[in-house]
Design a protein around this ligand. Structure first.
Ligand code: ROI
Length: 167
């Protein structure tokens, strides 16, 4: 039964935006995610202001993390999130690590480690990204990141790199 699920699973979603009113993008995405059939919101972090990782000739980002309970499979959840990205005007230009109106990533899906062509969970690079780790720690300080370790240990090893909590 690898990669499938019928039972309810707790998952964590990373939200990021640096175009077209990022705060409004993140808030609209939160509402849209909570409205997916088969998804229930459990917690939502503060919004964080972060410096771009990757090319520097792009605006700063707003980031947040949301926890949900879901009975969707990882791929069904991914497709629902991609649908929301597209609805909010995301244009895929093929430029690696370019600016985006909305990026929704499955960071963690239960205790599963998933390695599919379109989906790697826990999310690649999660342990090097302050804009993922700190909001995750805010809403789930006891979390164990599958294959990587306790969130508190990952946060302790990750510099803030300009991350600021917004109020
Ligand atoms: N940088 C920041 N600060 N926040 C993001 O959400 C983000 N997302 C990305 C890349 C382009 C890697 N850089 C980012 O996909």
């Amino acid at each position: 039964m690898k990669y499938s699920s019928c039972a309810t699973v707790i998952a964590y979603i990373g939200l990021g935006s640096n175009l077209a009113e990022p705060v409004a993008q993140i808030k609209a995405a939160r509402t849209a995610i909570a409205s997916i059939t088969g998804v229930r919101e459990l917690a939502f972090s503060s919004l964080y202001h972060s410096l771009p990782m990757g090319p520097q000739d792009q605006p700063d980002y707003v980031n947040a993390v949301m926890s949900i309970s879901t009975d969707l499979s990882p791929l069904d959840l991914l497709h629902s999130l991609q649908h929301i990205e597209n609805n909010q005007g995301r244009v895929r230009k093929g430029e690696r690590w370019g600016a985006r109106t909305l990026d929704l990533d499955i960071l963690i899906y239960g205790d599963q480690e998933i390695d599919l062509p379109d989906l790697t969970v826990p999310h690649i690079g999660l342990d090097e990204r302050s804009f993922v780790l700190y909001p995750l720690f805010e809403i789930a300080p006891q979390l164990f990141v599958p294959g990587k370790g306790p969130i508190a240990e990952l946060v302790a090893k990750c510099p803030l790199s300009g991350l600021r909590r917004m109020d």
